[in-house]
Design a protein around this ligand. Structure first.
Ligand code: SAM
Length: 332
């Protein structure tokens, strides 16, 4: 007879700083697994969001299923229905955020069916999030993903009408007009050219645009240059310029070894890492309501933030534990 599984122990553990694991916030729902810093739930995220208290989450970082023509295996709302599908999640997300909290939403664009023109669904979504739900647009950011396929093939590689897409939209929304954020936490090293110019001394000038160019930037030097909302320099500090096809990360390797399907739509760890550093500090609580392989939770664990992840497909959540093999406290 198969040995019965041990029961899930439902007591809050303390994280590295002695603060409670955020599972204590989700009343009445047992986590699927927990780690020192976080708790993952196999559930519909609307249910978990509704169980969370007001103003309990510092940042939501997520990538929901996009509205695509071809249905991905986990199901996507169609473009026409997308905004109405998403708004109930968005209202709950706004409610659970602290007043200085941010909502980072990664969505991909899409073509109109049968023609080589683009849908406006992600812009309509942004407008609804601001005008109907009450978010503020802190900044529109872009994830440069050089690994994106030249799709749709009909327009890009067959008829050669369109060029290849290589960005995805990352809407940085905030609950109020004053989100907590610190760009000093994401500074990039100055380029060799900038350092050389600074050492040589620039000619102070006024650009045609009217901007003053100083003779040196040493007086404003705070340890690095301020990243753009699309970063185009080299790794490792070019954190948004990352493909999502990493073939050698431990999650991918362990999935392959175990013969488990790799999540088909992961974002790179660099994406949540950038925004976690920009928007949160140690022990803050981060939520990913569409967690997939739980990239966000793994990055939060590494950065010593606390996290809650929700995914409604067990296969994805189960293998997401590979990301925490060294640190998981209890499995189901
Ligand atoms: C684009 S993927 C997220 C991938 C993730 N960022 C990663 O790096 O692995 C979106 C995920 O949302 C999940 N999902 C869709 N609707 C959901 C819901 N109502 N509640 C919880 N998860 C949901 C899907 O199963 C899918 O795994």
């Amino acid at each position: 007879m198969a040995k019965p599984k041990p029961p899930v122990i439902q007591q809050a553990v303390l994280n590295f700083s002695g603060l409670p694991n955020p599972q204590h916030l989700v009343t009445g729902m047992p986590p699927y697994y927990t780690t020192q810093q976080g708790a993952a739930y196999l559930a519909d995220s609307l249910d978990v969001l509704r169980a969370l208290p007001d103003a309990s989450i510092n940042a939501v970082i997520t990538s929901p299923p996009y509205a695509l023509h071809f249905k991905k295996e986990y199901g996507n709302a169609s473009k026409d229905d997308y905004v109405s599908w998403f708004l109930p999640f968005a209202s709950e997300i706004r409610r659970v955020l602290t007043d200085d909290g941010s909502f980072i939403l990664n969505v991909g664009g899409s073509y109109n069916q049968g023609v080589p023109t683009r849908s406006l669904y992600h812009f309509k979504l942004l407008i609804a999030l601001v005008e109907d739900v009450g978010f503020h647009l802190a900044q529109e950011c872009f994830w440069f993903n050089p690994a994106k396929m030249p799709m749709p093939a009909e327009w890009v590689t067959v008829r050669r009408i369109r060029i290849r897409d290589s960005v995805e939209y990352v809407w940085w929304l905030s609950k109020t007009e004053w989100p907590k954020a610190n760009n000093r936490a994401v500074l990039k090293p100055y380029s060799k050219d900038m350092l050389r110019l600074n050492a040589k001394g620039l000619n102070g000038t006024v650009r045609p645009s009217g901007h003053n160019i100083r003779t040196s930037f040493s007086d404003v030097d705070s340890g690095g240059s301020i990243p753009a909302n699309v970063v185009e320099d080299e790794v490792p500090h070019d954190m948004l310029k990352m493909g999502n096809n990493a073939a050698n990360d431990p999650y991918t390797l362990r999935c392959k070894e175990a013969g488990i399907k790799i999540h088909p739509a992961r974002f790179p760890a660099a994406l949540p890492e950038f925004f976690l550093k920009l928007l949160t500090s140690d022990d803050d609580i981060i939520l990913d309501p569409f967690a997939g392989s739980n990239t966000t939770g793994a990055v939060a664990e590494k950065l010593q933030r606390r996290w809650i992840a929700v995914e409604n497909v067990e296969e994805y959540l189960s293998s997401s534990r590979f990301r925490f093999e060294q640190v998981i406290d209890r499995l189901e």
